[in-house]
Design a binder for this molecule. Structure first.
Ligand code: FES
Length: 377
């Protein structure tokens, strides 16, 4: 059994506490927990491939980051005078809580990703919140795991793999990563080294083409059912975690459907498609679609109307309000706002705590009005 259960927050906190005894570590001792904001200092920048870099941070106050492998943080750099928030999955392992990393691919038009690549240097600071997210093997005990990733979707699965190897449990993990060419494989040398050093970890890299590589002894092509059957014949017995671009995940779901895989054992991560599992999006009730509500922003005095089948965040942005947001699916907490009057229907994914809801806070990205509203904006 892969022993991620030992990474639950209380165990991590107590384990970290042993390492952070103030008598031995001086300034070390505080923890960065879910929902808190911290100032981070960039310690190092490492080039992984021609368009991917890893940025290693520590908390400016030397806090230890308590997180579960697969979770993300929301960083908020100031770009062109504006604070821009974006979620990035942690690629490092929670077993190493003082220096943690995000691994970022340069993307055309990617405001924050490209800014990080072009600007962030060791010694620079930025603010961040988190950690958050429910894409984690913690709480899902499984004796056999299958990680499927493509491109920079490798990052949360790398965190899970590093954690499993660090914890030296009884591993049975098959990690199948897809890339365009061998030189596009992120963490290739580390995964090769981990595989050689860790019984029970098998890494398979599938490349669409060879690029400038003369020889490649692993599969060429794309992940297909025949390849999965050949490379991982027991995949139906495994808990599957998948992360990658939308098209890749659609292809994975499609081939697993074809194989009649039990989707109760399937988990996926994506910030851009709005679903965290394979369930269809829920249709809105007709009564919500017919209603129109008035929303008042108490600080700016702005007022606008919106239908009940839209999120308050999207309506507020269309009305010209400036509302910080990032994941748009109720996980990161960036859009948390006080609801001063009225009621909303909120379907979040862990980005807000019950005690915050009790205080009147709501996540606007996953809230739809059920009455007229007054917001603290
Ligand atoms: Fe992430 Fe709303 S934008 S929770």
């Amino acid at each position: 059994m892969t022993t991620y259960e030992n990474l639950t927050r209380p165990a991590t906190a107590s384990a970290v506490q042993r390492f952070t005894d103030p008598t031995t570590w001086g300034t070390f001792g505080a923890h960065w927990h879910s929902g808190e904001q911290k100032n981070l200092q960039c310690c190092a920048v490492r080039r992984e491939t021609h368009d991917v870099k890893t940025f290693i941070f520590r908390c400016a106050d030397f806090s230890a980051l308590s997180f579960e492998p697969g979770q993300f943080i929301t960083i908020s750099p100031i770009i062109g005078g504006q604070t821009v928030a974006r979620c990035y999955t942690l690629s490092s392992s929670p077993t190493r809580p003082f220096a943690f990393s995000i691994t970022v691919k340069r993307v055309p038009g990617g405001t924050v990703s490209n800014w990080l690549h072009d600007n962030l240097q060791p010694g620079d600071s930025l603010n961040a919140s988190g950690p958050a997210g429910s894409f984690t093997p913690v709480g899902r005990p499984a004796s056999k795991l299958l990680y499927l990733s493509a491109g920079s979707g490798v990052t949360p699965l790398m965190s899970m793999t590093r954690a499993a190897c660090d914890m030296a449990g009884n591993l049975d993990i098959v990690f199948v990563h897809s890339a365009r060419t061998p030189s596009d494989i992120i963490f290739h040398s580390e995964l090769t080294r981990l595989q050689a050093a860790t019984p029970g970890l098998r890494v398979i890299s599938i490349c669409e083409g060879l690029g400038d590589m003369a020889r490649w002894e692993q599969p060429i092509g794309r992940l297909e059912l025949s390849l999965l059957n050949q490379q991982v014949p027991d995949y139906k017995e495994r808990e599957i975690f998948t992360c990658g671009p939308q098209g890749y995940m659609e292809a994975v779901r499609s081939l697993l459907r074809e194989a009649a895989f039990d989707f109760a054992h399937y988990h996926q991560e994506s910030f851009d498609i709005g679903v965290l599992n394979d369930e269809p999006l829920i249709e809105q009730a007709p009564s919500l679609q017919q209603n129109v509500f008035t929303v008042t922003l108490s600080r700016s005095g702005k007022t606008f109307s919106m239908p009940g089948n839209q999120t308050v965040l999207s309506a507020a942005k269309r009305a010209g309000a400036i509302v910080p947001s990032s994941c748009s699916q109720g996980v990161c907490g960036t859009c948390k706002t006080a609801l001063l009057q009225g009621t909303v229907e909120m379907n979040h994914n862990g980005g807000i705590r019950q005690r915050e809801i009790d205080k009147g806070l709501r996540l606007l990205c996953c809230s739809k009005p059920t009455s007229d509203l007054v917001l603290d904006l």
